[in-house]
Design a protein around this ligand. Structure first.
Ligand code: FAQ
Length: 329
């Protein structure tokens, strides 16, 4: 672990108004905050919560797609899917490391995931019953993830911002391979096209929920915007995603399952944008609170992996202790 201080690494800095003002001045000047810098406790805790949730999402997010690796229809698709799932695992590890720079351990974060204290993205609590879902996840879920994460490359916390640069490059490949997969299905037989449409029908609304509650219900957005952790609000990013994705659906002949979707030329300060239907926020909160279709399965899978990996952690600790005692002797 890198950062040991509660407020600053010196363990002395007090959270006075003068300190808070000086901190905000650094943020406003677009300076990056680094692990050993003094920072308000609430800033630290916001990042631990958000980066931890993000890391868990990447790791839990391997499960719905990993489920299809053995059933990918061609060698080319299998190789791409294997690489993608492996990338998501890498993103999770980067992010756990970024969170560790704030003074929390990976063990603690994992325990909080398993006991339900820490959240992960709602989207990974939906099932993947068809092969088309693998394309739709790349296209929509990675597409939404990129929309949210590109601005995080400019997050005020240095380790998170830097991790996001590589993550976004990889997510971009994921989005393209997903869209190409769905496009291929749309150019295939009538059954394949119907499979793609059915998948879009099931994933569209949950993808919009990935951006979080509407701005009026978002508890953390104001403070995170002030600290330049978030650069856009949940609703702003959701709108950008809809505006970018609807034409992609049209291009491959799919229909977005929203009867209220209409082009509004006055939106986005006259640049135009889509008006869209009401999101089912009851469903969103139900899933976030653990009552989605796959919540129990996802946590059970993570718990099994954690329990079965105990011997690896113990062996690594025993090896480290042995190395340390032989270097002391
Ligand atoms: N699911 O006040 P806000 C990926 C919670 S990565 C579950 O608006 P905030 C890659 C929120 O935590 C996807 N919970 O919160 C991939 C808070 O609860 P708390 C993950 C949600 O933090 C692709 C409460 O609601 N990406 O997909 C969700 O300002 C394919 C109030 O919300 C990130 O984590 C939700 N959707 O804004 C992997 C990006 N939304 O903590 C595999 C970083 C909100 O007070 C395959 N995170 N909540 O108990 C963020 O940008 C933000 O944290 C938001 C939420 C935008 C997610």
């Amino acid at each position: 672990m890198y950062s040991q201080g509660l407020i600053g690494a010196d363990n002395k800095t007090e959270e006075t108004q003068a300190f808070l003002d000086a901190f905000q001045k650094r943020i406003d000047a677009e300076e990056k905050i680094e692990p050993n810098d003094p920072m308000p406790l609430a800033y630290r805790n916001t990042l631990i919560r958000m980066i931890g949730q993000h890391a868990h999402s990447e790791i839990v997010g391997m499960l719905p797609e990993g489920n299809w690796i053995t059933r990918a229809p061609t060698l080319r698709r299998k190789v791409a899917l294997l690489a993608k799932v492996q990338d998501e695992g890498g993103h999770g590890l980067y992010l756990y490391s970024a969170a560790e720079t704030l003074g929390v351990s990976r063990e603690q974060m994992t325990e909080e995931l398993l006991d339900g204290t820490a959240k992960y993205s709602s989207i990974f609590n939906y099932p993947t019953p068809t092969w088309a879902d693998i394309g739709t996840i790349g296209w929509l879920v990675d597409g939404a993830a990129i929309m949210n994460q590109v601005p995080l490359c400019r997050c005020s916390y240095g380790p998170y911002a830097r991790a996001m640069i590589r993550v976004c490059k990889e997510e971009s490949f994921h989005q393209r391979q997903g869209y190409e997969l769905v496009k291929t299905l749309c150019e295939g037989t009538a059954e394949q096209k119907a499979m793609a449409q059915d998948s879009l029908d099931r994933w569209w609304w949950p993808s919009l929920m990935m951006f979080g509650p509407s701005d009026t219900d978002s508890q953390h957005s104001d403070k995170s915007m002030q600290w330049k952790i978030k650069r856009f609000t949940n609703d702003e990013l959701r709108q950008k995603f809809i505006d970018a994705t609807v034409p992609q659906a049209e291009l491959i002949g799919l229909t977005v399952p929203d009867k209220d979707l209409t082009w509004n030329p006055t939106k986005n300060r006259g640049k135009g944008g889509y008006d869209f239907g009401e999101i089912n926020w009851d469903e969103f909160w139900r899933v976030v609170q653990g009552h989605g279709l796959m919540n129990k399965d996802r946590i059970a899978a993570r718990k099994k992996a954690w329990d079965e990996g105990a011997w690896v952690r113990e062996a690594a600790q025993a090896y480290a202790a042995k190395q340390q005692s032989s270097s002391v002797a």
